[in-house]
Ligand binder design. Structure first.
Ligand code: COA
Length: 374
């Protein structure tokens, strides 16, 4: 075997150009089309950010109103998609449900000519929450829910469908902010997967289906669910500290910590942490927040590893009454904006993505007939 290369996992390798996002750049940090993520999280709505990513610019008021109305009008699900969602077992992981949902939508409403790409992207943004929560309610309480609500925002619409009533403004705004933070992150694994598929001139639904598969894993988006499961294992901050020390001694990975690109902190974490504290106080139970802080402290003290976007997002969602298995699918409902922006950018200057590999296998072998093999 050759020595493990420094570029393992393509770390530090530039795999192409993008005008959509910077991650961890000196003096820039996390930006979407040149806008600082903190500025967007403080001042914009998720729909403004979706427009910025998918339609290339921050909308003016008339453009935003038109975009919100358009997305709202595209929330309905075709009967064929509902039938498939009903057939998917109730104990499936909802990421698998979305993967199949997008795939069947691509059969029922094929993208067709690429001139239709913005329409296909808007449709996916609008109906991913519908697919997820239609399946969720059908299999948990046997109801075929109405996937159209009066809520203008995706965040309000999502919580309304989940809980059967409009959310408080605090919860709507908090979910909205996490959607902004999750929307885009340059050449992360799922986006890169989408670009690889797009590079073959395949359709948008295939690229998004592949991206969902990549996001599902615990080293990527699945970390928010794994983080919640970890936090809930402990009954006190002291137990959490000891438990994490034991895990580190066993060389276990602690989900929700570390990052391929950031080296000292993930800029999204401070926003999520602040929201987690606000919701813990509102919830009237700060234990899970204190446990989270204890895990964060021991990870930094022992390994100089920092919480990434997924760690405090976990308790934020938990305090809003969102079941853990819907955490990563919420990431999908947001990241669809970044994925489709990258799919469209890849198409605008397409080149097949087909890297080379360093061969480490045996030299040329002589074929031995099967009856003569040991
Ligand atoms: N818990 C414990 N140790 C960790 C760790 C974590 N979350 N993240 C990194 N490390 C350690 C590794 O064990 C490794 O130690 P070693 O050099 O002694 O073997 C070192 O830090 C480098 O980690 P590595 O996994 O090789 O870095 P990477 O750049 O390939 O991985 C992640 C980046 C994100 C995949 C990695 O930090 C991780 O697995 N984190 C947990 C999953 C997660 O939260 N994913 C969401 C990312 S936004």
């Amino acid at each position: 075997m050759t020595e493990k290369k420094k570029t393992g996992g393509l770390a530090g390798v530039s795999a192409g150009a993008t005008a959509i996002c910077t991650v961890g750049k000196e003096g820039a940090g996390l930006t979407y089309r040149g806008y600082d993520i903190y500025d967007l999280a403080d001042n914009a709505s998720f729909e403004e950010v979706a427009h910025l990513l998918m339609h290339d610019k921050l909308p003016n008021q008339a453009e935003l109103d038109a975009f919100v109305a358009r997305i709202k009008s595209m929330r309905g699900l075709p009967d064929e998609v509902k039938q498939v969602l009903e057939m998917i077992p109730g104990d499936s992981h909802p990421m698998d449900v979305l993967r199949s949902g997008v795939s069947i939508l691509g059969n029922v409403e094929p993208e067709g000519d690429f001139s239709n790409q913005k329409n296909a992207a808007d449709r996916l943004l609008a109906c991913l929450p519908s697919m997820l929560l239609y399946w969720h309610h059908f299999h948990t309480d046997g109801r075929r829910i109405d996937v159209e609500t009066d809520d203008d925002s995706l965040a309000g619409h999502f919580l309304h469908m989940l809980h059967g009533k409009p959310p408080s403004e605090l919860h709507r705004k908090t979910l909205d902010t996490t959607l902004i933070l999750y929307a885009e992150h340059e050449f992360n694994a799922s986006t890169f997967a989408a670009r690889v598929i797009t590079g073959t001139l395949s359709d948008m639904h295939s690229a998004v289906t592949g991206a969902i598969g990549a996001l599902r894993g615990p080293l990527h988006g699945g970390a928010n669910e794994a983080a919640m499961e970890l936090i809930q294992k402990f009954t006190s901050p002291e137990e959490a500290t000891q438990g994490v020390l034991d895990m580190l001694a066993r060389k276990d990975k602690i989900m929700g910590f570390g990052h391929r690109v950031y080296t000292t902190s993930d800029p999204r974490n401070s926003v999520n942490k602040k929201m987690s504290k606000i919701l813990a106080d509102e919830f009237g139970d700060t234990l899970l927040y204190e446990i989270s802080e204890a895990v964060e402290k021991v990870m930094w003290d022992e390994k100089k590893l920092f919480a990434n976007a997924d760690f405090f997002a976990a308790t934020v969602y938990h305090f809003m009454g969102i079941p853990t298995y819907l955490f990563t699918p919420i990431f999908v409902c947001s990241r669809i904006t970044g994925w489709t922006a990258h799919i469209m950018e890849q198409r605008a200057d397409n080149k097949l993505i087909r890297p080379a590999a360093d061969y480490i296998g045996p030299g040329l072998q002589v074929y031995v007939p099967i009856e003569d093999r040991a």
